[in-house]
Every structure is written in structure tokens, then in C-alpha cells.
Design a protein around this ligand. Structure first.
Ligand code: EPZ
Length: 424
């Protein structure tokens, strides 16, 4: 296993290119199952999660070609050879569960392993199954697998009302609805940019979708979809992560490819904390205009609210803010695992249920810490960039899932950071 060594230093300045969005790309890859024609994706991030899903799709019979050093991916689901998404892949990548909708829509049947929980929460899939059953699917749970079939081989359009917003369930329902017979209306749908980009790609493939980006999405089912070439949108979570750098270390960072509309609620919080956020012709530039950022309260919510995937990064910034901040996590039940690790670095964080109270201190101190999940791991690196001394973040395989070339990108703005192998 590898670790990352970070030595705290002064302000960071320069440019960071933002890669394609991991979570969007994973769902776009699943959309390839909906057609027997090639789907070409560009601006694909080189991340382990992407490779894992490519392996799963290949096990179903999809030909997956990576071109231009992996930035371009051509997926051809001409002839599927299996309808089963095996546990040993799905357990590594929960997002694999989103092959269920497209597989069922294309083939009329699908067997997909239940993803199980993960470090940040139970991660149930009951809303995914409720939506597909509303569309006529018969769903049976057997030995850890979902066995789904569409009567007569085709799903039927339906009214689906989610009791609360689920990104994954919205996207499974949306993809399944594109080939259903009749009209599907999805209420309380996710409004995330990821979902909007998925809908845009599906429309380019011939789907008939209205309302993406609003809480009500309407889909007129069609008989078949065709291939297309689609560019993955920039990763808003990577973008937000690097936007915190001036708040933590000082300096000025320009995130190339960044767009304000992808991170508006988050950017507004950075501005409340005292950072300057400027749209440039190349992306988003962020700078700190004073000595320390101010403490600001945060409550996570579905888009367009403050993203849960940026909560840990915000906590890292609040650790050395001027004042006391309260961070409320409303999406996942266990998403403060970075707190004990930040406390090892001298942070003053008190977690009570879904609330974390962060009392800003002058400076953190480097320490050996442990990455527990994808976003927690990056928050520890952010904290280490301004801490006194050296921070060693272990289990950085979590990082490889969602942050492309993180060491190179941070070195590019002057960070003292390196990746080392743990076995000598
Ligand atoms: C997506 O997960 C993202 N992952 C997550 O990013 C992100 O944190 C999350 O959306 C919220 O924005 C991908 O897109 C691959 P949800 P998803 O369904 O779809 C509960 C990262 O760091 N729920 O919106 O699984 C669920 O347990 C990852 O990149 C049910 O109870 O999230 C959670 O508490 C982490 N039943 C809440 O709803 C269901 O059927 C929101 O989950 C579905 C979800």
C-alpha cells in the first residue's frame, strides 16, 4: 500500500487542470448498454473507479477501448454476452449498481449484486428498486443479488415519486425510462449536474427527455437509441476541492475548466469565508484576501445545495478559520470519519450525530493519519499542506478512486508532496 507525505508550507499559487467528472462518467459508461452502436466519451478521467466499471462492462460483453492515453473511451455494446453484474466487482464500486437500469431496459432482464454498505453509510437501494418496479419490473432478492425482469421484455412508462432525492435512483430510473413503452415522470428527481449531463448524453443518443435539472423529469420512451460522442463535464467535486487551497494555505489558484454553475453554493460559502472567486476565460480563480478565512456554517443538501462530497474539504478549511463553524451532514449517516484524523493534527472538532463543531486554531501540526474514504482522504492532504511539519496519509488507494494525478496537480502549485510506498 502507498502513503502520501505532505510537508506544510506557505501559500500555493498557480494553475490546476480539472479532469472529467468521475461520478458522471460512471453513469455515462452505463448508458452504453442502451444501444448496439458505439458510445464515445471524451474528457474521461484516468481513475481506478473508471477502470473497475470498464471491467464490469466488459464482463457483460461490452467492448471498451481507451484511446489518447485513456482520455477517450469507446464503448460498444453490440452483443451482450451476460446479464449478471458479479458481486466481486459491484462490492468494489457501488456505482456499478447503476448498470441495472440500462441492462434491464436493453435486455429485459438483469442480475445485479446488491452493492452493500460502505464506510459513509448503509447506502440502501430501495428507491432504485421501487422505481423499476413502478415501471413494471419484477424484482426478486436472492443470495445478495437483485434478479429483475421486465414482463414481455420491455418496461412500461410510469409515475415515480421519490420520497427524498437520490442521485443514483434518479439515474437508474432515467436510463431505464428511455427505452420503456410510454411516458415516465420522475418527481423529486436529483438536479445534480451529473444527472443533467447524463440526460444530455441520452438525448444525443435519441432519448426524449424534458426537465433534466429540475425536480420533475419526463421521459417519452423510444424503441431504440443510437451511438454518439459526448464530452464528460468537469468534475465539480475535484474543482471544489482545489478551490479550498487558498483558504487553507493562502495564495491564488486558477482551476482550469472550472465553471461557477457547477459549484455555486459551495463558491458562495467560500466567499462568505472571505475568499475571492473570479470567473476567468480559462476557469475559476480563487484567492484569499486576508490573513485567515472566517468560520462559516454549512449544511449539506442535494444540488443546488452545498454538496456532501465537499463537506470534508470544508471541514479541513474550517480547522484554521477565525471563529467557530458548525457543519451539518444531512445526506449520509457516517460522514465525519475525517474528524478524528484532523483532531490528531491538532484540530478542535466536536462531532455530535450529524453535526460537527469546528473551533479554528492557529495552525495544525503534521501527524501520521489514516484515509478512510475518498473525500476524507483528500481533506487530510489539504490539512497537511498548511500544517507545521510532515503529515503521512496512509491507505491512499482511496484517493486513486477520485483524484487524477493529485500529487502532480498539487506540486504544480508549489506543494511539498510525494507518494511513497509503505513497504520500504
Ligand atoms: C451519489 O451517490 C454519488 N456517487 C456520491 O458521491 C454522492 O455523495 C451522492 O450521490 C450524493 O450526492 C456517484 O454518483 C457514483 P444518493 P448515491 O442515492 O447515488 C440514501 C463520492 O464521494 N438512499 O443520492 O449513492 C443514501 O443512503 C460519492 O464521489 C436510500 O436510502 O447517493 C444516502 O443516505 C460518495 N435509498 C441518500 O439517500 C436508495 O435507494 C442519498 O444517496 C438510495 C439512496
Amino acid at each position: 500500500m502507498d502513503s502520501i507525505l505532505v510537508r506544510g508550507g506557505g501559500p500555493l499559487s498557480g494553475e490546476i487542470p480539472i479532469s472529467g467528472a468521475k461520478n458522471t462518467c460512471l453513469k455515462l459508461m452505463g448508458a452504453a448498454l442502451l444501444t448496439d452502436e458505439p458510445l464515445t466519451l471524451t474528457n474521461v478521467p484516468r481513475l481506478s473507479d473508471i477502470g473497475t466499471l470498464a471491467t464490469l462492462l466488459a464482463s457483460l460483453g461490452v467492448e471498451v477501448a481507451r484511446l489518447q492515453e485513456g482520455v477517450v473511451m469507446v464503448l460498444s455494446a453490440r452483443q451482450l454476452t451476460s446479464h449478471t453484474a458479479e458481486y466481486d466487482i459491484v462490492r468494489k464500486l457501488r456505482a456499478s449498481f447503476n448498470v441495472l437500469g440500462p441492462l434491464l431496459a436493453r435486455e429485459g432482464r438483469a442480475i445485479v449484486s446488491l452493492p452493500g454498505g460502505c464506510a459513509i453509510g448503509a447506502r440502501k437501494v430501495d428507491l432504485h428498486l421501487m422505481a423499476l418496479e413502478a415501471m413494471g419490473a419484477s424484482v426478486e432478492l436472492r443470495e445478495g443479488y437483485v434478479h429483475a425482469t421486465a414482463p414481455g421484455g420491455r418496461l412500461k412508462g410510469a409515475e415515480i415519486a421519490f420520497p427524498f432525492v437520490s442521485v443514483g435512483a434518479t439515474e437508474n430510473a432515467l436510463t431505464a425510462a428511455t427505452l420503456a413503452e410510454g411516458t415516465t415522470v420522475i418527481r423529486n428527481a436529483a438536479r445534480e449536474p451529473d444527472t443533467v449531463d447524463l440526460a444530455r448524453c441520452l438525448s444525443e443518443m435519441g432519448a426524449r427527455i424534458a426537465g433534466a435539472g429540475t425536480s420533475t423529469i419526463t421521459v417519452e420512451g423510444v424503441d431504440r437509441l443510437h451511438g454518439t460522442t459526448h464530452a464528460v463535464i468537469p468534475d465539480r467535486i475535484e474543482l471544489g476541492t482545489y478551490m479550498t487551497l487558498p483558504g487553507i494555505c493562502g495564495g491564488e489558484v486558477e482551476c482550469l475548466g472550472g465553471r461557477r454553475d457547477l459549484v455555486d453554493a459551495f463558491a458562495s460559502k467560500l466567499e462568505q469565508a472571505g475568499l475571492l472567486v473570479v470567473e476567468t476565460s480559462r476557469g475559476l480563480k480563487v484567492a484569499r484576501d486576508g490573513e485567515r478565512v472566517r468560520a462559516v456554517d454549512v449544511k449539506t443538501a442535494p444540488f443546488p445545495g452545498f454538496p456532501t462530497d465537499l463537506q470534508a474539504q470544508m471541514m479541513a478549511m474550517m480547522c484554521t478559520a477565525d471563529g467557530t463553524a458548525v457543519l451539518e451532514e444531512t445526506i449520509f449517516e457516517n460522514r465525519f470519519m475525517h474528524a478524528p484524523e484532523l483532531i490528531r493534527m491538532g484540530a478542535q472538532v466536536d462531532v455530535q450525530g450529524g453535526h460537527a463543531t469546528v473551533r479554528g486554531v492557529g495552525r495544525l501540526k503534521g501527524a501520521p493519519v489514516m484515509a478512510t474514504d475518498l473525500r476524507a482522504s483528500i481533506s487530510l492532504i489539504l490539512a497537511g499542506l498548511a500544517a507545521q511539519g510532515e503529515t503521512r496519509v496512509a491507505r491512499v488507494y482511496h484517493l486513486d478512486r477520485g483524484y487524477e494525478q493529485v500529487v502532480a496537480k498539487l506540486r504544480g502549485v508549489g506543494a511539498d508532496i510525494e507518494r511513497v510506498s509503505d513497504n520500504g
